[in-house]
Ligand binder design. Structure first.
Ligand SMILES: C[S@@+](CC[C@H](N)C(=O)[O-])C[C@H]1O[C@@H](n2cnc3c(N)ncnc32)[C@H](O)[C@@H]1O
Length: 319
């Protein structure tokens, strides 16, 4: 990590709050770390002890409110090599843009749905951003300060994952990073299309004659990542959770099924009258079925939208 020590004051003690304006944000500079409590692990508890004792580390209030867009935070960012944080989900797009603009390496937490943001997806497609090695799509557990109010259901879920006490959990979140890791270079083991149709554990695939083809993309619908056929050379629409298993040596990402057709992949755009008719046919009442927002399959005599899909191809198919 960069040496950040030069940018703090030399205050060795915390100023008394009464004597100065309200402090909204602090800057901690960890110059020295070790297993302070001797429990055999080095973790944030040790950092907390060390900071309290002010041993060679620095704890200084910031001038402003710590907004990551403020000049003093940008100065801190410029001096850092790797950013590890849990940014506000509502500002995720802006935050990632800032990290990319300043050419930083990072490991940050975000919501899985951020994958489909039109500011984020192009970075994933271009292999400039990917998911981290662990915890993707499953519950993440967070330690919270002693006695924090936590929803009982979250406390219990954290406990079931082995974290009893001051812990909470967050679902549907994952790490986003541009640091390489081994998991993303492991190929996904796959069956051929005919084996999937014979042996798949999913009733939507097993025993069927073929995979559904989209009505509005030149691609087939793959409802489960483990049902991607090993021998299909065309484009395939896969769930966004596929990105947890994505290896850039095995697949290329060609786009996603979305309204704006960012990558010119749609083979058909539905007229309003078609969307209204599809709604009437499916739900038996008046309405508009936004067929242009996703992949559409013709199933049981109806045009039906599928869940959010990323379009991929086998890399070997491009050779
Ligand atoms: C998802 S929470 C993470 C909190 C904490 N880091 C954790 O992991 O438990 C996001 C944090 O970002 C803070 N935040 C919101 N807007 C911010 C901004 N513009 N600049 C800096 N921090 C902000 C929120 O107050 C909140 O504490």
């Amino acid at each position: 990590m960069a040496d950040l020590s030069g940018i703090s004051s030399n205050d060795e003690t915390l100023p008394k709050l009464k004597a100065r304006p309200k402090i909204n944000a602090n800057q901690f500079i960890i110059n020295e770390v070790h297993d302070m409590d001797g429990d055999g692990q080095f973790n944030l508890k040790d950092v907390a002890i060390q900071l309290k004792e002010n041993q060679h580390n620095e704890w200084t209030p910031l001038e402003g409110d710590g907004d990551f867009r403020s000049n003093e935070c940008i100065e801190l960012l410029k001096r850092s090599d790797i950013v590890v944080t849990n940014p506000p989900f509502s500002l995720f797009r802006v935050y990632v843009k800032q990290l990319i603009d300043y050419d930083k390496k990072f490991v940050i937490i975000g919501n899985m749905n951020a994958i489909t943001y039109k500011e984020i997806f192009p970075l994933i497609k271009a292999n400039r951003l990917w998911l981290g090695a662990t915890g993707n799509g499953s519950d993440m557990v967070f330690a919270v300060p002693n006695g924090s109010e936590i929803a009982e259901s979250d406390r219990q879920k954290a406990a079931r994952l082995g974290y009893v006490g001051d812990f909470t959990r967050l679902g549907n979140s994952c790490w986003f990073t541009n640091l390489d890791h081994g998991r993303r270079h492991q190929p996904l083991p796959l069956m051929t299309m005919s084996d999937n149709l014979k042996f798949s554990k999913h009733k939507e695939i097993k025993g069927k004659k073929e995979y559904f083809k989209y009505d509005n993309y030149d691609a087939i619908e793959i409802p489960f990542t483990d049902s991607i056929p090993s021998d299909f050379d065309g484009a395939m629409g896969v769930p966004i959770s596929f990105l947890d298993k994505y290896s850039p040596e095995q697949f290329v990402i060609v786009g996603m099924c979305e309204n704006e057709d960012l990558y010119n992949l749609k083979t058909k755009v539905y007229a309003t009258a078609e969307c209204k008719q599809a709604y009437l046919n499916k739900f038996g009442k008046k309405g508009t079925y936004d067929l242009n927002a996703s992949g559409v399959v013709f199933r049981n005599g109806l045009f039906e939208k599928v869940y959010q899909r990323v379009l991929i191809k086998h890399k070997k198919a491009l050779k």
